[in-house]
Structures are given as C-alpha cells and as structure tokens.
Design a protein around this ligand. Sequence first.
Ligand SMILES: Nc1ncnc2c1ncn2[C@@H]1O[C@H](COP(=O)(O)OP(=O)(O)OP(=O)(O)O)[C@@H](O)[C@H]1O
Ligand SMILES: [Mg+2]
Length: 308
Amino acid sequence: MPQAALYGTPGIRRKHSIMIHDNMESAKKGAACPSQQKSANRQNEQEAMIRDTLAKITHKIFVLSGKGGVGKSSVAANLSSALAKKGYRTGLMDVDVHGPSIAQMLGVTDLLDITPDQQRILPKQVSENLVVVSVQALMQEKDQAIIWRGPAKTGMIQQFIGSVEWGNLDFLVIDAPPGTGDEPLTVVQNIPEALGVIVTTPQEVSLSDVRKSISFCKTVKLKTLGLVENMAGFCCPHCNEVIDLFKTGGGEKTAKEQGLTFLGSIPFDPQVVVSGDAGTPLMLEGKDTAFTRAFSGIVDNITKQLKI
Ligand SMILES: Nc1ncnc2c1ncn2[C@@H]1O[C@H](COP(=O)(O)OP(=O)(O)OP(=O)(O)O)[C@@H](O)[C@H]1O
Ligand SMILES: [Mg+2]
C-alpha cells in the first residue's frame, strides 16, 4: 500500500519502511534507495500541486451520506448548477468511482481533454460558470465497470484535485459514493477545509445510516453546513394532495438531535429523474417548481452560513 494512503488515516499509524541497501556504506548512512527517493519526490510534487489547486478555490462543499440512492448526486448536481446560475465560478467533482452518475446528470458524454503540454486534465465546461470532472469521462466504454482497490482510488481522487486545471473557483462541489470508505476519507484527508452537506431521506432506515455519516464527520473533524432531507413529499399532479412517500420530518428531527443545521426539505419530483437522465439539472434550467423553490431555500441557507 503506498504511503500516501496511510498518512493521516484515523486508527492507522505510519508503518516503518523497509529499505534494501546496495552496500554496507549506504546502509550505515541510512540513505534512501533511489526508487524510494523518487516516489517520495513524486508524492511531494503531488502534495504541492494539490495545495496550489486548493489555494485557488474559495469554498469546498462535500456532499455525502451513509445511505445509497438518497439523492447525493442529484443534490450535488443541482447545488453546483444553482451556484453557477447565481454567477459563482463552480466546479463539480465526482469521486464515486464505482457508480459515477455526475457525467450522465450533467450531459457530459465526451472523454476529458488534457492541456496542450499534456500535464493537466481539463474539466468539461457545462455552462458559463460550471465545470465538471467525473471518472466516467475517463472511460472509453460507458458501461465498463471499474475494479479498483483503495490505493488506486486514493490516487485517482488526488489526481482529480491536483492534476485538474480547475483554475480560480468560488466553489468546488464534491459528490461522494455512499458510506464512509476510501473515497470520503481521501477527500477529507486532502481537502480538510471542505464543509459537509449530508443528504438523507426521511425514513428511519436511511436516518440510521445517516447517523453513521454524522459520526464519520465528527471523527474525521469534517465541519458540516448541515443536513438536507430529500424526497420528502410527493404532490399528486391529479388531486394536489401531498403524499409522504418516505414519511416526513425525520431529517429535521435527526438534525436537531445531532446538533446539525437543518438546511431544508426537498420534495419528490419525477422531473428530477427526467432531468437527471437527460443531463440538465432542474436548477440549471431555472424553472419555477416546488422542487426548485425548496432547493433555492437550501442554497440560500448555505450561502448565508458562508456569509456571501
Ligand atoms: N427529489 C427527488 N425527486 C425525485 N427523484 C429523485 C429526487 N432526488 C433524487 N431522485 C432520483 O433518485 C435516484 C437516485 O438519486 P441519486 O443518484 O442522486 O442518489 P445517490 O445518493 O447519489 O445514489 P448513489 O448512492 O448510488 O450514489 C435518481 O434516479 C434520481 O433522479
Ligand atoms: Mg451518487
């Protein structure tokens, strides 16, 4: 396992490295072997690139949840779209290696380009103020599965931060896979100033997983902007009655119990599915619906907290 994957991982201490020296003299001097020196140099170089990139991005927002399918990617896609629509230069980074949805949700179909000097990856320009990077946009085959172990995922995420030409951004929104595994951990280790937005649906099976995410945030000292409750109610288009598909109020109650800010509740809206499949998030379209009004409230709660 490369050292980079171990540094700073809670509960894991740095292991002693084993060195094989060419001769007794070098062993006595304790000189590093050339390949170890090279890899240390590469790591230092990458850390410097990550630092430089992050220095040019004002706010980093990390969308996460303990539960799959609760709408993290939809929230990340709509949040970045809403911020871009407001005029903020925004980047959206998909670190869900095994189930990347962001490329589809933002209509990114081409492979990512690289800079003319072949040194850096260029994010895809989706709208005037919105650029996107997803692992999907590195795959030749759309439906190809990615079978990677932890260190490879860590390396890819570090490259998505350090080797992407993000430029000067007001916001970088990061979409995570469900759970508390390698990907969220890598984001937190490399972007410790990121602020979490936790997504849940209102029913207890989702909330119990979300409490694990909240515990993860506390353990790794990831500050949070708050909790979003998604798919909270469905307004019947025929009779206008609101049906609570997954119960109601669970998100707000959990936020209160856990001492988190409740950012707001988003209704279930079949248009989210249609727009996600079509590649244009509702917040980019700018239509006035119950969903977009609720989502705008969440965006306002976030910008208010950031005092912008
Ligand atoms: N408010 C909503 N109303 C209707 N459908 C929604 C809503 N939010 C998300 N969806 C739909 O639910 C499905 C799952 O959403 P999404 O992919 O955003 O979840 P996720 O948490 O990112 O999933 P995963 O854990 O697999 O990454 C998608 O088809 C999406 O269009
Ligand atoms: Mg997702």
